[in-house]
Each structure stands twice: as structure tokens, then as C-alpha cells.
Design a protein around this ligand. Sequence first.
Ligand code: NAP
Length: 278
Amino acid sequence: MIFQKLNFRNTRIYITGGSSGMGLETALQVSSLGAHVLIFARNPDKLDTAVAQIQKKRQNSDQRFQSMVLDVSDNDAVESTMRAAVDEFGAPDILIANAGIGCAGYFEDVSYDSFDAVMKINVYGVRNVIAALVPSMKTLGGHIVIMSSMAGLVGVFGYTAYSTSKFALMGFAESLRSELKRQNIAVSVVCPPEVDTDFLVAEAPTLPPEARLIKAMAGRLSPEKAAMAVVRTLGTRKFFVIPGFMAKASYYLARFSPGWMTRATTDMIVKWSADKTS
Ligand SMILES: NC(=O)c1ccc[n+]([C@@H]2O[C@H](COP(=O)([O-])OP(=O)(O)OC[C@H]3O[C@@H](n4cnc5c(N)ncnc54)[C@H](OP(=O)(O)O)[C@@H]3O)[C@@H](O)[C@H]2O)c1
């Protein structure tokens, strides 16, 4: 109903991290709206299962669906895989740079290697994929959606590595938007709050209790709702998108206080949590 006017017939959409969570949900929704969909991720079994699901949502028999195994942090692999993707599938009209990993824990417990992996996947991974595809998108123009996070707008307790990576994407997206406009490529950056995906399962064992309380302030979305915000963005081409009412409210509170209200509230929560456990 909400997508009544959206139609992606003959539109090629590439989605990194399309085998799970928000990426998969987005792929399912654009498939039902007529798009050709190509997804990328590391695990081939998950990719096969995802393609089968995406195919079931097809709107018409002309649609094409494919997956390619790719680690977005490996720049050589990204360059060769994207060359093959453009040859076999055609250049993307829309690229959703969504692949990413979490990393939760007290700063002192986050090793150099964990910090490095988050930066390589969440920041360099987005850079690598976009750098490999911009040359082929320039001729016809298009749209690039970068998946950041609320943790890229507000520094979150227990997220030193993750927030660093997502803040970096905000600066990257701003600069890129400005540069690619004259090549008729729109850039959007989406900043969801907590979304109920495997990401939360993976971070749960090391997520500090204080972080759990603080994250609750911005609310939690289903992957379907978060993906709907992404798909809506493909229609509006808005630059900056925060899905969810509570997340929007938290952001504007942080922005217009500016920042001190979020810091004061989170400091209070951290103190309350410490008092409770002592
Ligand atoms: N869930 C949340 O609370 C939340 C909130 C805000 C933003 N986000 C962001 O949303 C994006 C999607 O996360 P999600 O919640 O949907 O998590 P998810 O269900 O764990 O999905 C992550 C996807 O990225 C792929 N991926 C991870 N590392 C990769 C790599 N090095 N190369 C290629 N693909 C890789 C995964 O497949 P493989 O493991 O098989 O590679 C999977 O398809 C991430 O950028 C995340 O930071 C998540």
C-alpha cells in the first residue's frame, strides 16, 4: 500500500549483505516491486537460501536474481567481482551498500584486531564497493544508499569501534553526495536504531548492560520496517533518513540540545546501572 507508486521494473539493484537481516528484507521488497536483484555476502549457503526466497517474491517472469560470494573488505576481490557482476548482470541502477558487522564491548576489551575488522568491513567495505561501481554507474546515473546507524549520529556506550565506523560513513556520504551529484548519482545515508536481526544475536554476548539500556531509548524496529524505510528512500532519494519515530526523536533531541541532553541522559543511565549492580 505504502509503495503503491513505486515500480522497479527493469531496474538493477545490487545489495551487499543481501543474504540476511535488513539487506535480505530490502531484497524481498524490491523483488515484489519488479526489480532485478543481485546480492553479495561471504557465506554461499546463506546466499543460495536468500536467492530462493527473493525469487518467490517476484512480480513478473522477466526478473533476474543472482548472488555472488564477496568479502567487501577485500579490495582486490571487490574489484574483480564487481567487474564480473557488471558484465553478467549489467551495471546497477541502484546500489545498496548495506554489508556490515557489529562490535560491542567495553573499550578496554575491544582488541586491535576487532577494531581493525570493523573498520575494514564497515568503512573500507563501503568505500571499496562504491569505488568499484561508480565508473559503471556514471553513464546512466543512479542511486547509492549507504547503511549507517543511529550509532553514527550519537556515540553509544560500548560501541567505540562500531560508532567510529558508522560516524566515518556519515562524513564519507556527505562528501560523496556532493561529488556525485554532477554525475547524476544520488547518495542517501540511512541511520536505523536497533533492528531485530542476527546482528543483535552476534553482539549480545559482549554487549555491556549499560549499552542495552541506552539503546532502548531509540527503540527497536523489525527488519521489515527498517527495509521499508530503505525502499521508500529509493523513491524519494532523500539524503538523510532515520527510520522510526523514537530514533528520530532521540536524534533531534541530541542535535538541538546540542548533544548535552543525550550525554546527560546516558550518564544518568550509566550511573543508575552501576548503583543497581553495586
Ligand atoms: N541490526 C541493527 O541493530 C542495526 C542497526 C543499525 C544499522 N545496522 C547496519 O545494518 C547493516 C545490516 O545489518 P543487519 O542488522 O541486517 O545484520 P545481519 O542480519 O547480520 O546482516 C549482515 C549482512 O552483511 C553480510 N556481511 C557481513 N560482513 C560482510 C563482509 N565482510 N562482506 C560481505 N558481506 C558481509 C552478512 O553476510 P555474511 O556474514 O555471509 O557475509 C549479512 O548478509 C549493517 O551495516 C549494520 O551495521 C544494523
